[in-house]
Design a protein around this ligand. Structure first.
Ligand code: GLY
Ligand code: MN
Ligand code: MN
Length: 470
């Protein structure tokens, strides 16, 4: 948790921007895995964390009154029965003090507080709940039909929360820097552990241990697979085989809730083949040029389109595509190989604030989401501002099902050499992902440098193989 002044300031800024009504922020609750006392790892709601900083798995709710510029924390103190099992716990009053809140009330007064506000016809703002228990809670407390709860969430509150959370403060950047270094260590562990004969799960276990040792654990389900052509591949059952590539997309979550998100693609044997290197160099160029381009004022859409053009150019040089790469990328022909966007905002969530709606976070009145396959998957297209943190994650994938479908449909035959492309079925996929902070005059990559050139990745793997032989 940061100093309480940070949370007081965030709530004040929200009050100043919202001006009228009240906002209701329920916390996340424990989520049982197999029975009520056996829960998934507790994860506080990110916006609740942002405004209150309280990460305890307790029954809490925050109210911010924009007219009175007041905050109330509702909560239920633990009973002695809980304390016997869990050890000493803070009281709600103590939690409120940590967050700079002077007024705390018992949780069972929340319903009557909100009913009174409804009676007075005050506007009650809330964010769209993504957990079912909170959907039921909002429905019950605000007398809203359960089916309408998400649709009736406050667009004004969503907008103000996005604008505040998108621009990271100094204290957040410091946290991000630290958790990026844990993510970096996870990637280095993958490079050092990877070798033929192991099961992917064994490398996954090694890297996830680094996340637990350095923070709260992983920031999302680790993607670690030789079948890197499946973008979010959740399976780790494959046996590592020389000649194949291993795509590793992972991140750690800090104790304060911030996420890192890195991808590296490494050769199982420790050395890229000539064909792998050729594709890798294209993705690397797209990654590096995108980082070179990202700066305040530029629409991230432009950086994305430039990366897609680089992919198309590289694949044209290799004979997999043809025609004008710029036109091909604009039309979406490159999406056979890169069907996703260049990146997304990163912060308290890996896809930062995605629960508030991707279009609310990544687009605005000026720049709206493309409808073209591939481009439509870009999560953030808006102009960048100093303090934004975004990922840069171009990739090239050979997805057999997509190649077959496009060829069958005769799609983009003016840009794609299907005969050549078919030769790459079984290649897998390559993605290279870094996390960047937009600065006053450009951007910088967060965390200490993590090897990504062919030579530097191979050097790490070679040194590890040598150390194993000793
Ligand atoms: N790790 C998920 C992503 O990169 O978007
Ligand atoms: Mn990402
Ligand atoms: Mn990722």
């Amino acid at each position: 948790m940061f100093n309480k002044a940070i949370y007081i300031n965030r709530r004040e800024r929200l009050c100043n921007n919202m001006k009228k009504g009240i906002a209701f922020f329920p916390c996340n609750n424990e989520a049982p895995m197999s029975y009520p006392a056996n829960c998934y790892r507790f994860r506080q709601d990110s916006t609740f964390n942002y405004f209150f900083g309280l990460l305890e798995p307790m029954r809490l709710a925050g109210i911010i009154d924009f007219d009175k510029k007041e905050t109330i924390l509702f909560g239920e103190d633990y009973s002695i029965d809980d304390i016997i099992w869990m050890g000493p716990q803070p009281t709600i009053k103590e939690l409120a003090e940590r967050s700079g809140i002077t007024e705390s009330r018992p949780y069972d007064q929340l319903a009557s507080y909100l009913q009174q506000a409804l009676k007075e016809k005050r506007e009650i703002h809330y964010l769209p709940p993504y957990r079912h228990d909170n959907q039921i809670l909002v429905s019950k407390l605000l007398n809203i039909n359960i089916d309408d709860v998400n649709a009736k969430a406050s667009q004004a509150l969503i907008h103000e929360v996005v604008e505040l959370r998108a621009v990271k403060g100094e204290e957040e950047i410091e946290e991000m820097e630290k958790i990026c270094n844990v993510g970096r260590e996870m990637q280095l562990t993958a490079m050092r552990t990877c070798r033929a004969g192991l099961i992917e799960q064994q490398v996954t276990g090694a890297v996830e241990g680094v996340a637990i040792a350095g923070g709260e654990g992983t920031s999302f389900a680790t993607i670690l697979s030789q079948n890197g052509q499946t973008l979010h591949n959740p399976y780790h059952r494959g046996r590592l085989t020389n000649g194949r590539l291993l795509l590793v997309d992972l991140g750690a979550e800090s104790h304060s809730g911030y996420s890192s998100d890195y991808t590296r693609t490494i050769p199982v044997s420790g050395k890229f083949t000539k064909r792998q290197k050729a594709i890798y160099e294209i993705v690397l160029r797209a990654n590096l040029e995108s980082i070179g381009m990202a700066r305040p004022g530029i629409p991230y859409w432009d950086v994305h389109l430039n990366a897609c053009t680089i992919i198309a150019e590289g694949l044209t040089q290799l004979g997999l595509m043809k025609g004008d790469p710029k036109e091909a990328a604009k039309a979406g022909a490159h999406a056979l190989f890169m069907p996703h966007g260049l990146g997304h905002m990163l912060g308290l969530d890996t896809h930062d604030m995605e629960n508030l709606g991707e279009n609310n976070v990544g687009y605005d009145n000026e720049i709206s989401r493309s409808k073209i396959f591939g481009h439509a998957s870009l999560r953030c297209g808006r102009r960048l501002k100093p303090g934004f943190i975004v990922t840069v994650e171009p990739g090239i994938y050979f997805i057999p099902e997509l190649i077959e479908q496009w060829e069958r449909e005769g799609k983009f035959t003016e840009y794609i050499n299907y005969r050549e492309v078919r030769k790459y079925i079984g290649f897998g996929g390559i993605r290279i992902e870094d996390d960047i902070l937009i600065t006053e005059d450009g951007c910088r990559v967060l965390g200490k440098p993590l090897p990504k050139s062919v030579a530097s990745v191979e050097a790490v793997m070679r040194a590890a193989a040598k150390a194993r032989q000793k």
